[in-house]
Structure formats: structure tokens, C-alpha cells
Design a protein around this ligand. Structure first.
Ligand SMILES: NC(=O)c1ccc[n+]([C@@H]2O[C@H](COP(=O)([O-])OP(=O)(O)OC[C@H]3O[C@@H](n4cnc5c(N)ncnc54)[C@H](OP(=O)(O)O)[C@@H]3O)[C@@H](O)[C@H]2O)c1
Length: 323
């Protein structure tokens, strides 16, 4: 978390073109920054898929949307079940989506486990949940959806993949992504092991996105790939983790002085997803920071050898897992 302050005056609903007729899928959008992103897209008129695992939180989110937005011109929201923890489920979810829709204009990979509350778990394949949910699941989901994104782009339409990264990756010093043992590193002997596990998995997202942008360029793909950092945001997930501390109201109050409200966390994702293609900041492989400016990623994210090692190990692992 942390980073530059999002713009105070920016309102995406006044600044961005209508998204009517566009199909957008936002992962992790029943709560947190993803929910705020989904609401913006909905108000811009898009048909938005809420790709999330938890049925109760989805019901609550759908109720909230009904309560808060019935104005004319509003798009449509549809639940699409997605659990990123098991790569087979991520693949299956993408395949089900492709049976539902003949096109996909924008994929926003927003979902993440921002805290394991100090208890890292392994998925069925023995992969720690920070890497399983934040990197491997989104990798498989995106890889499976790529033919649909490509076929949509082939018709001349503007197609984008927006990956939500984090400026926090600047602090990552453990840079080995070449084995399952490395992926499952617990950072036990560091000051903040939970936060470091999260940041390590987000650096994987940066390495993957930068590598994907290059591979798509090499294949003459018309699909645009971008990374965004939402800023330091007091999201639903951040509040849930503060509730684990003694005297939660104090910590929530204190963090509300430092972090920005959830609605602002959507700005960079929505800007990257909806700004016209000739907007100077909208560039293939670009990194958008608050307040919607091009940023520099951590130097480690640009390490091409490490991007390639991560890519090769991921593909080898998925082959071994038969995913
Ligand atoms: N908050 C910040 O300051 C900050 C800073 C930098 C970057 N980010 C990034 O912004 C994005 C959103 O973060 P946030 O703060 O809004 O977090 P959040 O409030 O915890 O929301 C995370 C979302 O991901 C979903 N999710 C969790 N596990 C999942 C799984 N196994 N499969 C599918 N979806 C799953 C959650 O669904 P459930 O609600 O059903 O669990 C929730 O909708 C993340 O990528 C995060 O890394 C946040």
C-alpha cells in the first residue's frame, strides 16, 4: 500500500467517454477498490462482469448497487464466479465466460489477497496463497481469455488488459521467482512477513505484465496491456485486516488520515480502461500512478532476465499441473 496521492478533483464520470456497448470483466469487484471500479464502469454504461468467489459478498454488492444507482444510462452488472486460488478453477471460469460472451473489451485483473493475516496457506498444488491468488490465478485466467481478447481486437476494437500492481514492489529485495520453493518464501525473518509476502507476489504481477506486453508486441497483437497503481487506499480489505488488531476503531481512524478513500482507488484502473486510445498516458506496457500520470516501476520489475525466468517457470509448472 502507500504511494502518491490520487487527484482530489478528478471525477472519472465527468472526464471519460461512455462505455456503452463495451464488455468489461473486473476480478475482485464485490468489495474494495474493485467494487469502486465496477461502479464507475457501470455508471459509464458498460456491461460489467463481477468476477468473484464469495456468494454472500456478491449478493451484498449487488444489493448495494441496486440501492445506490438506478439512474438512466447505467450499464449492467452480472456475477461471474471466479476463484483464483486454484489455477484449474481460474481456467474453468475463463472457459465458462467464453461460452457466455462472444467478445471482451477490457479485462481488469484487480483481485488480490492483500493480507493472509499472518497465516500463509498452501493451495491444493502446494503453492502459497499470495502467489496462487495474486499471480498464478490471474496469469491462467488471462492466458485462457487471451484468444477472446485477440478475436475482439481483430475486429478493430480497442481491447485492453489492465493489471493492478502496486508501488510497494519497490521494497522487494528477494527476487528469486524460479522455483516453487522461492514462491513459497515466508519472509519469516523480516519485520513485516505478511506485507512482504504480498509485495513479493505483486512484483510477480509487474514482471508478468511487462513480459506479456513484450510478447504481445512480438506477436503483432492489437491488445493493449497496462499496469496501474491505485495509491494508498483504505479499502474494505484494508479495514478487514485492521480489524484483526487490538482497538480496531483507533487503527481505522488513524489509517483514514494516511490512506485515501476506496472510491479514489478506482481512478487509475478506470482511467487506464476507458481513456481514449490517443490519450498520451495510454501506452502499451505503460504504468499509471495517481493522479493518472505515467510512473516508473521499481527497477526490479524491468529485469528482463527475471521476467523470462518467471515466465518459463510458470509455464513449466502449469504443464506439470496439467493446467
Ligand atoms: N489498498 C491499497 O492501498 C492498495 C495499494 C496498492 C495496490 N492495491 C491493489 O489493489 C487491488 C485491490 O485491493 P483492495 O485493497 O481493494 O483489496 P480488497 O478490499 O481485499 O479486495 C480484494 C478483492 O479480491 C477478491 N479476492 C480475494 N481472494 C480472491 C480469490 N481467491 N479469487 C478471486 N477473487 C479474490 C476479494 O473478494 P472477496 O471480497 O470475496 O474476498 C475482493 O473482492 C489489489 O490488486 C491490490 O494489490 C491496493
Amino acid at each position: 500500500m502507500g504511494g502518491a496521492a490520487p487527484s482530489k478533483v478528478y471525477n472519472p464520470l465527468n472526464e471519460l467517454p461512455s462505455m456503452k456497448g463495451k464488455i468489461v470483466l473486473v476480478t475482485g469487484s464485490s468489495s474494495g477498490i474493485g467494487f469502486a471500479t465496477l461502479q464507475c464502469l457501470l455508471r459509464l454504461g458498460a456491461k460489467v462482469y463481477m468476477a468473484v468467489p464469495d456468494e454472500q459478498r456478491t449478493k451484498d454488492a449487488l444489493e448495494r448497487i441496486k440501492r445506490e444507482g438506478t439512474e438512466p444510462g447505467l450499464g449492467e452488472v452480472i456475477w461471474h464466479e471466479l476463484d483464483l486460488k486454484n489455477p484449474r478453477d481460474a481456467k474453468d471460469s475463463a472457459e465458462r465466460f467464453m461460452k457466455k460472451e462472444p467478445r471482451l473489451d477490457v479485462l481488469i485483473n484487480n483481485a488480490a489477497l492483500i493480507t493472509d493475516l499472518g497465516h500463509p496457506q498452501l493451495n491444493v498444488d502446494g503453492i502459497q496463497d499470495n502467489m496462487a491468488i495474486n499471480y498464478l490465478g490471474p496469469y491462467v485466467f488471462t492466458r485462457t481469455l487471451l484468444p477472446l481478447l485477440e478475436s475482439t481486437a481483430a475486429t478493430g476494437d480497442d481491447v485492453r488488459i489492465i493489471n493492478v500492481g502496486s508501488d510497494g514492489v519497490k521494497d522487494v529485495t528477494f527476487l528469486d521467482y524460479s522455483s516453487k520453493k522461492a514462491w513459497n518464501h515466508k519472509f519469516s525473518f523480516t519485520m513485516l512477513p505478511t506485507l512482504n509476502r504480498y509485495k513479493y507476489s505483486k512484483l510477480a504481477v509487474h514482471l508478468w505484465t511487462n513480459n506479456l506486453a513484450k510478447r504481445l508486441t512480438a506477436e503483432n497483437s492489437k491488445v493493449l496491456v497496462m499496469l496501474v497503481h491505485p495509491g494508498g487506499i483504505l479499502s474494505d480489505g484494508a479495514i478487514r485486516s485492521l480489524k484483526q488488531l487490538p482497538y480496531p476503531p483507533f487503527w481505522i481512524w488513524m489509517m483514514s488520515k494516511i490512506l485515501h478513500p476506496q472510491e479514489r482507488g478506482a481512478f487509475t484502473s478506470v482511467f487506464a480502461a476507458c481513456s481514449p486510445r490517443d490519450t498520451p498516458e495510454i501506452t502499451h506496457g505503460g504504468y499509471i500512478n495517481p493522479p493518472n500520470v505515467i510512473g516508473r516501476q521499481a527497477p526490479a520489475a524491468y529485469d528482463e532476465a527475471n521476467q523470462q525466468r518467471l515466465f518459463e517457470f510458470t509455464e513449466a509448472l502449469l504443464k506439470e499441473l496439467e493446467v
